[in-house]
Design a binder for this molecule. Structure first.
Ligand code: ADP
Ligand code: MG
Length: 734
């Protein structure tokens, strides 16, 4: 037994023998030819469908016409022929249930006939509607297991594609997922509804203030994805990473991110080969990945696509996460998307860049060279500030999750207080308008330095000095960058929140403009100008240009009355409140049963994750870490006894032994407490909200206590005996 090798040493030995790396031959075709080759795009439909059918489908994708069932057969047949040409054997409805990942169930195209022949079959009916066995997806009580009907329905606004994995090729049809009674069971449906609500209210507002040419408005999203890459053999020797996505143990490595030498540094060869493979696969799928670079923490990286309409960007982010994971396997790597895989170094976020483009192609968040004159920009800005000020709990719900709780407010990501940053110059515009000025010249006496006239910059805050990396919602020239979303989270949820609340505040503002212009016989634009100072004054509290990571801001935010929902349980408690419900209901994004079901699902998810992490901590602590500590303790006891025998004294040896003994004893006690806490939570029959609170209050401190003892033990035990790959092993082996 003495000589057996630890799982850690085994894994390290495998790593030292090299790794698999798929042969990268020079590409046969350039990415300009291959881009989107696995997507059944509008362009392909134009080529393949009868003209009238194509025109009708195009109008559906633009959101202006419902689907004609007769067209579905034509599209299905064409889609099937194309997919089979590309090697597909199966098709699946591809959807985004509340688990936060995508779901698929593959069916073969092949259908046998009575005479033994086989034909390929894919009808309009199969394209439009599917009925997966829905009983195993979270429904928050909307559907009981004995009436498991759930349907998937084709979402023509998002193109079908073929997915290649492990030698298989499958046609994926993006769908929405709903219950027998018509309630949404997924994240896509409310996203599509929120996009429609925002388009409706933004169009109404713009037309009121003098832009009659606008017929629709589309939110655009560019989601930057952060991730960690570690060697797969080491990953497999860490059951905590495999099962919970994060390390539940691990002492600080001597070298973490303190030298600040990783961010934007040269990308390691092995990682570059992986990134290249990821990008090639994503280009085939029409995902416009554009940027790749090292991130702040060791072995942390980022990939960012070019922005797209919010629903497409959401599907594409799902594809990006899937391709990152699958490609890693081929390279003997593991991709970690969790918000906080390691203590002591930064976690991973997903920056959600968001803007609004109207039907004329104008970016409504581009302030232009003279924002004072840019009424659409100012009104949209006021709507966003009002949304943050009045409805920030809804935004916080959009980033809720046990994983993200470890990251928010931990000096690496914005705190849970939602505020906006707009830069000094725009802040001066806002303050000028509050003070009654209508132009920079009129505001000059008050504002000092503002001289937009000589600025050659196309927009105000392009200057990188004017960046605020600590704000949850930072204006970056012609878009807002929302920075508090977690690495593994779907972008759907935060965009549902932003779109819905901004639609709501735009509706409020439009109604007020309509009233004022009717009462005072003014144009909508004049009324809007008259109302702007009031809106900016009222909602200026949502603006904060300072350091969001500082303790001062927490105190200041409290004075301003901004909510600071520190954890998921506090946040989810608000999900069913009348304030939140009324916003979702007024914009027809979620009904009351849908909101309550989602609250239930998210609470269950929170409890489930904490229970898994606690079980794992207990299990690893008892069966892996404590035995290693005891083995070392035994050796130290032997050494102390031997020293005493040989030299008559053993002070140093005794001290070493006692240090370890104190820790194994502490560990044992902490494990006992954790076992008790787990028992209490498991036995609890409280409602999900109370149970989630109990899980937070009992399990988090108990697991932290176990970890503290174990991590300290790791710094003392002989490295040859330590059973788990250490942080240094994980960080510095690729
Ligand atoms: P950063 O501003 O974070 O340094 P970039 O300017 O490259 O980086 O943009 C990051 C992300 O923001 C990319 O996905 C990019 O396509 C997206 N983006 C750029 N402009 C817009 C816009 N108008 N609306 C939404 N996203 C945008
Ligand atoms: Mg960015």
């Amino acid at each position: 037994m003495e000589n057996s090798t630890s799982p850690r040493l085994n894994a390290l030995s495998l790593v030292s023998q090299g790794h698999r790396c798929p042969e990268i031959s020079a590409p046969q075709k350039s990415m300009f030819e291959t881009f989107g080759q696995d997507v059944f795009s509008l362009r392909l439909m134009r080529e393949r469908l009868p003209k009238e059918v194509y025109e009708r489908i195009k109008n559906i994708t633009l959101g202006s016409q419902p689907l004609d069932p007769h067209d579905a057969d034509v599209v299905a047949s064409s889609m099937k022929d194309w997919a089979i040409d590309r090697g597909a054997t199966h098709y699946t409805h591809w959807f985004q249930p509340m688990t936060g990942i995508t779901a698929e169930k593959h069916d073969a195209f092949l259908t046998p006939l009575s005479d033994g022949q086989v034909i390929s079959k894919f009808s309009g009916k199969l394209l439009i509607k599917g009925e997966p066995d829905a009983s195993s997806f979270p429904s928050g009580g909307l559907r009981s297991t004995f009436e498991a009907r759930g349907y998937t329905a084709w979402d023509p606004t998002s193109p079908a594609f073929v997915l290649r994995q492990a030698g298989t090729v499958t046609l994926c049809v993006p769908t929405v997922f709903y219950s027998y009674t018509g309630e949404s069971l997924d994240r896509k449906t409310p996203l599509l509804r929120s996009i429609a609500a925002l388009s409706r209210e933004a169009t109404r507002l713009l037309r009121l203030i003098g832009c009659p040419e606008v017929t629709s408005v589309s939110p655009q999203v560019g989601a930057e994805q952060e991730y960690f890459l570690i060697d797969r053999r080491l990953y497999q020797a860490r059951p905590d990473l495999v099962m919970s996505g994060r390390t539940l143990f691990g002492a600080k490595a001597a070298k973490g991110q303190q030298m600040e030498d990783h961010y934007f540094a040269a990308i390691p060869q092995r990682v570059l080969a992986y990134m290249n493979d990821v990008e090639t696969r994503l280009f085939d799928l029409g995902v416009p990945v554009h940027t790749r670079h090292n991130e702040v923490a060791p072995c942390q990286y980022e990939v960012a696509p070019i922005y797209e309409p919010a629903n497409i960007a959401t599907d594409h982010n799902m594809l990006i996460m899937g391709v990152l994971n699958r490609t890693a396997e081929d390279h003997d790597l593991a991709c970690l998307l969790h918000e906080k895989p390691f203590n002591c170094v930064n976690g991973s976020g997903k920056h959600n860049n968001w803007s609004l483009i109207d039907s004329t192609g104008r970016n409504l968040l581009d302030p232009g060279s003279n924002p004072w004159e840019n009424l659409p920009f100012l009104v949209v800005l006021a709507s966003i500030l009002r949304a943050i000020h009045l409805h920030s709990p809804i935004w916080r719900i959009g980033i809720v999750g046990a994983g993200n709780d470890h990251r928010l407010g931990a000096n690496e990501a914005p705190p849970a207080i939602i505020s906006a940053y707009v830069g000094r110059e725009l802040e001066q515009v806002v303050d000028g308008i509050i003070a009654g000025a209508t132009s920079p010249a009129k505001a000059k006496g008050k504002l000092g330095q503002m001289d937009l006239g000589v600025s050659a910059l196309p927009s105000l805050t392009k200057d990188s000095a004017d960046r605020n990396r600590t704000s949850p919602m930072a204006f970056t020239g012609n878009k807002f960058e929302f920075r508090a979303l977690g690495g593994s989270q779907s972008v759907a949820t935060i965009n549902i929140a932003i779109n819905t609340t901004v639609a709501k505040t735009m509706a409020d503002i439009s109604t007020e403009i309509e009233k004022l212009s009717a009462k005072e016989k003014k144009s909508g634009a004049e009324a809007a100008r008259q109302l702007l100072p009031k809106y900016f004054k009222e909602h200026r509290v949502a603006l904060f240009n300072g350091d969001n990571y500082s303790a001062d801001w927490v105190a200041e935010a409290q004075r301003r009355g901004l909510p600071n929902l520190k954890d998921s349980v506090q946040t989810l408690a608000l999900y069913g409140t009348p304030e939140v419900l009324s916003v979702f209901e007024s914009q027809k994004v979620l009904s009351k049963p849908e909101v309550l079901a989602r609250q239930h699902i998210l609470l269950e998810d929170y409890i489930g994750r904490l229970l898994i992490e606690s079980d794992l901590t207990l299990d690893l602590g008892r069966t892996v870490i404590l035995p290693a500590g005891l083995k070392w303790q035994e050796r130290l006891a032997g050494a102390a006894a031997q020293a005493r025998e040989l030299a008559g004294e053993n002070e140093a040896e005794m001290a070493a032994y006692q240090d370890v003994r104190a820790l194994t004893k502490g560990l044992r006690l902490a494990l006992k407490e954790l076992a008790e806490a787990l028992k209490a939570v498991n036995a609890s029959e409280a409602k999900p909200l109370q149970k989630a609170g109990l899980a937070r209050d009992r399990l988090l401190p108990a697991t932290n206590k176990v970890r503290a003892q174990a991590d300290e033990l790791e710094t003392l035990v002989d490295a040859q005996l330590w059973p788990l790959p250490t942080y240094a092993d994980l960080f510095w082996s690729i």
